[in-house]
Design a binder for this molecule. Structure first.
Ligand SMILES: Cc1ncc(COP(=O)(O)O)c(C=O)c1O
Length: 382
């Protein structure tokens, strides 16, 4: 008993020390409840999470479904609803098959941890999301990062690769908001025994005529071996699918632990996703989002353009090196009514700390212009 208590104290001391280190680096994280400021930080690009029509439609279906899915898809959690949703989503994104996961995080873990094998090689963009990196860490394959969006550097890595090669990229990068040079990467891979995996988390619902993502919008579905589409961002809900061929879906059902050993997505969540996709067919929200992105970018004084990472997506990142400096800038903009967050190192590399501004379809013209004006003024004070 005594030893147990001692162990607990020592462990507490160790945790405290690590938290102190975070404070010293100005990187201590705390949960904050959104305080009703103007939303420029959520990934709810189309505003579907709060969309009145969508919520009313969902309410109509509320009693038709049980609350929980009651088990893993392999036991009691499978349903005709899940199967039909997967078929609908596969068709929407022009894929042979789709397999639902409870989040983009677990989709990446499931895919990357189980498909590449010991003598294979995974090559991934340096700015890949944590869920991609963690999936890679769980796999037994060798892995290399290539410099962000640098096709020549990717080629160097391909020349050193052995076994089956997997190249992993995002179509729109979550922190920089820029696009992958998808066509150039595909052209390069044709000379290698390599397959491409594209995470479309921030392109889903945003890129393409009906939000089908970058791959399908360029007609490159056949050239991409697997895609990850997530529902926690523009789709306004949560969960994800892996898109690929039927063999891949079958393989994941058999091997992906993050698919097998978890309770399946609840029916109401599946219905919310289905209804959100129906809303995507009406392009109004998407067009509004695009016009808002243009309005905001156009209102930033050209002298400050270089402080932004070049991006045509809904993610506009204003670089502000240093954790303390980025936090101070975010605080000042928050005090003016804008909900913006500083993204600090180690989430982004040191020196690349930033304010990540997310533009939404629901941001009004005056909100967008006021934010741009506040940023122009603040940068001018430096
Ligand atoms: C590129 C990318 N992939 C995957 C994920 C994880 O998705 P989810 O939030 O559904 O777990 C995120 C989330 O931020 C992301 O940005």
């Amino acid at each position: 008993m005594h030893l147990y208590f001692c162990g607990m104290k020592e462990l507490d001391a160790r945790l405290k020390k690590r938290l102190e280190a975070r404070k010293e680096e100005h990187a201590y994280r705390q949960l904050t409840i959104p305080s009703g400021l103007i939303d420029f930080c959520s990934n709810d690009y189309l505003g579907l999470s709060a969309n009145t029509k969508l919520r009313a439609d969902l309410l109509q279906h509320f009693m038709a479904y049980p609350i929980g899915s009651t088990g893993s898809r392999l036991i009691s959690g499978h349903s005709l609803q899940a199967q039909e949703l997967e078929q609908k989503l596969a068709a929407y994104h022009s894929a042979e098959a789709a397999l639902l996961f409870n989040s983009g995080y677990t989709a990446n873990l499931g895919l990357l941890a189980t498909v590449p094998q010991r003598n294979d090689t995974i090559i991934y963009d340096q700015l890949s999301h944590a869920s991609i990196r963690e999936g890679i860490q769980l796999s037994k394959a060798r892995s290399f990062a290539f410099r962000h969006n640098d096709v020549n550097h990717l080629k160097e890595k391909l020349n050193r690769a052995t076994g089956q090669i997997f190249v992993v990229i995002e179509s729109v990068y979550s922190m920089d908001g820029d696009f992958a040079p998808l066509s150039a990467i595909i052209a390069l891979l044709e000379d290698y025994k390599a397959v491409l995996i594209v995470d479309e988390a921030h392109a889903t619902g945003v890129i393409g005529d009906k939000g089908e993502g970058l791959v399908a919008s360029l007609g490159l579905e056949e050239k991409v071996w697997a895609r990850i589409v997530t529902f926690g961002k523009a789709i306004g809900s949560h969960g994800a699918i892996v898109l690929g061929n039927k063999l891949l879906a079958d393989y994941l059902v058999n091997y992906a632990r993050s698919f097998i050993y978890t309770t399946a997505m609840p029916p109401h969540s599946m219905k919310a996703i289905e209804l959100a996709y129906e809303m995507l067919e009406n392009r109004g929200l998407l067009e509004q989002l695009r016009s808002n992105i243009c309005l905001f970018k156009g209102a930033i004084d050209p002298v400050w353009k270089d402080q932004f990472i070049e991006s045509d997506s809904a993610i506009q990142s204003l670089l502000c090196p240093g954790n303390e400096q980025a936090r101070a800038l975010a605080r000042s903009l928050q005090e003016q009514g804008f909900d913006l967050r500083a993204i600090l190192s180690p989430t982004v590399p040191k020196g690349k700390e930033r304010i990540r501004i997310c533009i939404h379809a629901f941001n009004t013209e005056s909100q967008l212009l006021d934010l741009a004006k506040a940023i122009n003024k603040k940068l001018g004070e430096k």
